[in-house]
Design a protein around this ligand. Structure first.
Ligand SMILES: [Zn+2]
Length: 256
């Protein structure tokens, strides 16, 4: 999971967790049209097999479901633009408790299939705490969401995947933004910059080195979000994938 030392109490840290040991995506898996900036070379995970059924937990209320499906629809628009097809079939369902409450994500086990992704509403404080999902190494931080993904070591496609939203700490007007970010991970994007300064290198720039108006900072896949925009009472929102998010996705889904 990405660690974030940029974070202050104003920020929401948007976590991800990849369980795969598949390693770096080989260049042969990238599209011909891929134009990845040298300092974002390590910012891709792997493509999803399509069509991917996105199963939204019936435990979300109707308003929450609308926000989540809007986030998925935003990515579908990008899918049509760059690959001529939707990324997600948006569905609602009763997600088995064994998956909703899973505390041990073992890629050798079964918690999802290759053709669907669960979006789970976690309401149990105890579960979130026991899983240490909210902890990124920065004291006092609780992440509102996480993605668990396994990758097929040969095809580099995701084999099973669960997005978990700890909805009780999510400001409703940021739900769509947070889900948009997590679904970006689910589609194979790492953060637009490296939130962990210990890992950062020439091929994956540190978030500490970019200014607030830099395209990587404005991207949906920037690793944190402000609970309040500066000098306003309004939470920061990012409701549309930016050019940087889209060009990186094109590397995964453009013509091979
Ligand atoms: Zn993230």
């Amino acid at each position: 999971m990405a660690k974030c030392i940029l974070c202050t109490f104003l920020l929401v840290v948007l976590g991800t967790s990849s369980l795969s040991a598949a390693g770096e995506l080989p260049p042969s898996k990238l599209s011909h049209s891929c134009q990845l900036a040298p300092n974002q070379k390590r910012s891709l995970r792997g493509p999803i097999p399509r069509p991917m059924q996105l199963i939204i937990d019936n435990r979300f209320n109707e308003d929450q479901k609308k926000e989540i499906s809007r986030a998925a629809a935003s990515w579908n628009k990008v899918g049509l633009q760059i690959a001529g097809q939707n990324f997600f079939d948006i569905l609602y369902g009763d997600i088995p408790l064994s998956i909703a409450n899973m505390t041990n994500f073992d890629c050798g086990g079964q918690f999802g299939g290759s053709t669907f992704t669960y979006v789970v509403n976690v309401t149990s404080d105890k579960l979130w705490t026991s899983m240490k999902l909210g902890e990124d190494g920065t004291p006092g931080f609780t992440s509102p969401a996480e993605v668990h993904s396994c990758t097929n070591p040969i095809s580099f496609e995701f084999s099973q995947q669960v997005v978990r939203i700890y909805s009780s700490i999510v400001i409703f007007t940021q739900l769509q933004t947070i889900v948009l970010h997590e679904l970006g991970h689910a589609l194979g994007l790492n953060h637009s910059c490296d939130g962990d300064p210990h890992d950062a290198s020439a091929d994956y720039i540190s978030c500490q080195k970019i200014s607030p108006n830099h395209p990587y900072h404005l991207a949906v896949m920037y690793p944190s979000l402000m609970k309040r925009r500066p000098n306003t009472p309004f939470p920061e929102q990012k409701l549309t994938p930016t050019a940087n998010d889209i060009s990186r996705l094109e590397c995964l889904y453009g013509p091979k």
